[in-house]
Design a binder for this molecule. Structure first.
Ligand code: FAD
Ligand code: NAD
Length: 472
């Protein structure tokens, strides 16, 4: 039997970061992945294909609009070719996440579904591996809502949608979370008539209210969003497929060629035999961890989607890095989610960092600085003026939260994370130069609003006026 300092189960974002980090420090590491390729959901069925599809859809939407800005292009869509482009992006990144890269680092890579034999032994196919420490990084998958007739009617999920070869004329999306909205808008931009049926009272409910309102206003120009929709059944119909639902007891139906289901995620913990290792799960099957990411067994850790914290690739990576230190050096470093930003890749993008205005207001006095993007020259030049930026501070001007919706916001707002981590104040952000005319000047604009409030109202202008008159 092979013995390892660290056995990592799951070769996605969390598992790969952990395995690579531990091997680079000299640990003897096994990485077990049940699929043929490493990379996990993010690479194969999540972030990468969805972002490639979004980019292609935005190109199609631009091509269709071309005449309005003096170009000619039809914007005709060939979904098979578009999905080839998506697969090319996946294949390219796969090279970086290849088995060879990990074996070169000294990691022993095993393919097969792993399960626990006991607290230190893991079974993969006919092999048993011993792990002094073990990291569970098995991720999550689509949690398909139990809807009458859905299985027989047939549906798409994030695992099958990128194999479509024909663009559907009409699509219904059940579930308006991040997965649903990003892909729904991409199809709308490719030319599909899209309806999103969301069971809850709102979409993008975690966003700042002004950002959410702007996002919904813009999305509704391209697709239909129905909230409080209680799905009762799906069925085949003469026109293709049908979804029946109620709102406040009133029954409605939506016809579609394809139904896409994005009703949340569930952890991949069923077949791991975690109870043999004494690892505890919550009622939904997510692995319980403490703030050092240890499970009920101090030598077994859980990172990424499977621990139910923040289901993002960058969080899985952050957790993996912490676990390398805690597992190999017996440390008790605590995870902090204080500086976790996320982007919603609808168009225009949403950037989210820290508490929203509404959340921060519950904890004390807050100051809010906002600017609409139509006041920032580059957005005007790009004809992308829809959007806004909002920064929430305490009374000292320290950044609590930063939120934006606008073209490329997920990139140009990144500096806000650094500013908050380094305890910079909003005023500091107007002290750096912004090469004219970049999009990040939105941040300059909002930080200038801070100085305008501080300096140019109240007593300061009265004093400076006197000084100016007094000087020769
Ligand atoms: C459509 C979509 C778009 C997304 N877009 C983004 C985005 O833009 N940005 C972002 O930050 N996040 C995004 N996410 C979320 C992101 O994909 C996840 O948060 C991330 O993949 C979690 O990484 P992980 O390592 O925990 O799990 P995964 O990446 O899922 O990796 C888990 C791995 O474990 C393997 N495995 C499972 N069970 C076993 C077993 N018993 N034995 C061996 N191996 C096993 C799986 O095959 C898989 O390869 C998106 C998700 C979806 C669905
Ligand atoms: N840009 C990104 O970083 C990105 C993109 C996609 C996904 N993700 C991650 O993946 C996670 C999962 O996303 P998701 O969209 O699958 O899940 P989610 O939990 O974010 O959204 C699921 C939605 O489906 C709705 N729903 C559930 N059951 C329903 C039903 N029967 N009928 C109608 N609506 C129903 C829920 O109310 C919810 O709004 C996200 O939380 C996010 O962290 C990130």
């Amino acid at each position: 039997m092979k013995k390892f300092d660290l056995v990592v189960i799951g070769g996605g974002a969390g598992g790969m970061t952990t395995a690579a980090g531990a091997a680079s420090l000299g640990a003897k590491v096994a990485l077990i992945e049940k699929r043929d390729e490493l990379g996990g959901d993010c690479l194969h069925y999540g972030c990468v294909p969805s972002k490639a599809l979004i980019e292609a859809a935005n190109d199609a939407a631009k091509a269709r609009k071309a005449q309005t800005f003096g170009l000619t292009s039809t914007g005709t869509v060939d979904l098979e070719k578009i999905n080839q482009r998506v697969k090319k992006a996946v294949a390219h990144i796969q090279e970086h996440d290849s088995k060879e890269r990990f074996t070169d680092l000294g990691v022993d890579v095993f393919h097969g579904a792993a399960s626990f034999v006991d607290k230190h032994h893991v079974q993969v196919d006919d092999k048993q591996l011993y792990g002094n420490k073990i990291v569970v990084a098995v991720g999550s998958r689509a949690n398909i809502a139990p809807i009458e007739g859905l299985e027989d009617t047939g549906y798409l999920s994030n695992e099958t949608v990128f194999d479509l070869t024909e663009l559907p004329e009409r699509m219904v999306f059940i579930g308006g979370g991040l997965v649903g909205l990003e892909i729904a808008q991409a199809f709308a931009r490719l030319g599909t008539a899209v309806t999103v049926l969301e069971g809850g009272p709102a979409v993008l409910g975690k966003e700042d209210r002004d950002i959410q309102a702007k996002a919904v206003e813009l999305l509704e120009k391209e697709l239909t969003i129905v909230v409080n929709a209680q799905i009762i059944r799906c069925a085949r119909s003469a026109g293709g497929r049908r979804v029946d639902y109620t709102i406040d007891g009133q029954e409605y139906s939506e016809e579609a060629d394809q139904i896409f289901v994005s009703t949340g995620r569930k952890p991949n913990t069923e077949n791991l035999d975690l109870e043999r290792a004494g690892v505890k799960m919550d009622e939904r099957g997510f692995i319980r961890v403490d703030d050092t990411l240890r499970t009920a067994q101090p030598h077994i850790f859980a990172v990424g989607d499977v621990n139910g914290s923040y289901p993002f690739t960058h969080v899985a990576g952050m957790e993996g890095k912490l676990v390398v230190q805690n597992a190999l050096f017996h440390l008790k470093r605590k995870i902090s989610y204080d500086y976790v930003p996320w982007n919603t890749y609808i168009t225009p993008e949403i950037f989210h960092f820290g508490p929203t205005q509404q959340e921060a207001a519950k904890t004390g006095d807050v100051f809010v600085y906002t600017a609409p993007l139509d006041e920032v020259d580059r957005f005007t030049a790009d004809e992308a003026e829809e959007g806004l930026i909002k920064v929430v501070t305490n009374k000292k001007g320290e950044i609590l939260g930063a939120h934006a919706i606008g073209k490329g916001a997920g990139d140009w707002m990144q500096v806000m994370v650094l500013a908050a981590e380094k305890n910079m104040k909003i005023g500091d952000l107007s002290q750096m130069l912004y090469p004219y005319p970049n999009h990040a000047a939105a941040i300059e604009r909002v930080s200038n609003a801070y100085w305008r409030n501080k300096l140019f109202s109240g007593v300061v202008p009265k004093v400076t006026a006197k000084v100016i008159r007094w000087l020769p």
